[in-house]
Design a protein around this ligand. Sequence first.
Ligand SMILES: Cc1cc2nc3c(=O)[nH]c(=O)nc-3n(C[C@H](O)[C@H](O)[C@H](O)COP(=O)(O)OP(=O)(O)OC[C@H]3O[C@@H](n4cnc5c(N)ncnc54)[C@H](O)[C@@H]3O)c2cc1C
Length: 384
Amino acid sequence: MHFNINSEQETMQKMAREFADKEIAPYAGDLDENEEFPTEILKKLHSVGLHDLAVPEEYGGPGVDSLSYSLIIEQIARGCAGVAVTSSANGNSLALYSLIIGGTEEQKQRFLVPICEEGKLASFSLTEPNAGSDAAAIATTARKDGNHYIINGSKCFITNASYAGYHTVFANVVNGSGVKKPSVFMLESNMPGITVGKKEKKMGLRCSNTAELFFEDVRVPEENLIGKEGDGLRLAMKTLDMARPSVGAISIGLAQAAFDAAVAYSKTREQFGRPICKNQAIQFMLADMATEIEAARLLVYQASWLKDRFYKDGISFTKQAAFAKVFASDVAMKVTTDAVQIFGGYGYSREYPVEKYMRDAKIMQIFEGSNQIQRIVIAGKILE
Ligand SMILES: Cc1cc2nc3c(=O)[nH]c(=O)nc-3n(C[C@H](O)[C@H](O)[C@H](O)COP(=O)(O)OP(=O)(O)OC[C@H]3O[C@@H](n4cnc5c(N)ncnc54)[C@H](O)[C@@H]3O)c2cc1C
């Protein structure tokens, strides 16, 4: 076992860390307060090659290995988890994986190349009002009409929905006898019949855009079907496996930011005539926080490394991806809550950054398969 990262990975990690310190962290508070989409930061991320990380070089992406991807997104999340999720919901993880793992060469050229060249965003449109954890319950339909599909339905909680140039949409192809085949399609956002609904007002990740999408008789050419009819659920589940180390990496970046702030504060805040870090109660909290972050980091890096083996030889890493997501997001929630505690009343004030970290951490336990669902996945693997 080698725990050192190679020099190329180290360079990318350093570049992302510097980018986060200079271009993200100073603006994170205002973006959160104003619920403002990070357009300028995304442009800069794209221009320095830190966006669309998972897209292979032949389609215009940086094509970094999965561990590098986690190292980079962890640093970006240290600057702002909302920015990390905005970028990562795109080419870093969710929206483009179905295409990357299930698309034809022609589809990859047609969609990935302009997305990477122009820095466009895409959305991963799976969740519906009555289909959250139970993704198989989606009600959006795709009816075959000649060489087109006609899509009808609605999606909710879709990251980047208002800003995406493309939507990866999951819908059931229904045949004459009513049999449903979950399938996935690439839609261009200017196709007639697509409308963006209300933007969610959220507890955290407030610079990230989350909105509804409606599809009314949207005519989609059959060339935009990814894989075959009926491949949708398999591609959705594979995509979520691929995305989980990234949620883990964002969680540890967030936890690290909260931890660093708590350590610094504990050394300067004096009560009873000495810094609060001189109290063993605070020291033990800091020791536990550091230990938990390190354990989460090892699980995330291991899952990221296994993700590359999946790319190479198809070895499943479903259980390790779930380990990484569930553990790192639970650690992020605990560490950010403890950081607020160490800041005392000032931690509860919006003048300090730690309350934002705590608000941002909560969603990590909910989306991309809630932590209850992760435990179901892990238990299923243990018992199979
Ligand atoms: C900020 C944000 C961004 C999002 N981005 C996207 C996106 O880009 N694309 C997308 O498709 N979706 C997105 N989502 C949706 C997200 O993935 C869902 O919210 C999540 O999967 C949970 O679904 P739900 O909210 O319907 O909760 P439900 O499925 O209704 O679950 C409610 C609670 O019940 C628990 N539960 C459900 N079933 C079980 C069970 N069998 N056993 C035990 N507990 C169970 C859940 O864990 C949860 O605690 C986003 C959501 C948010 C809030």
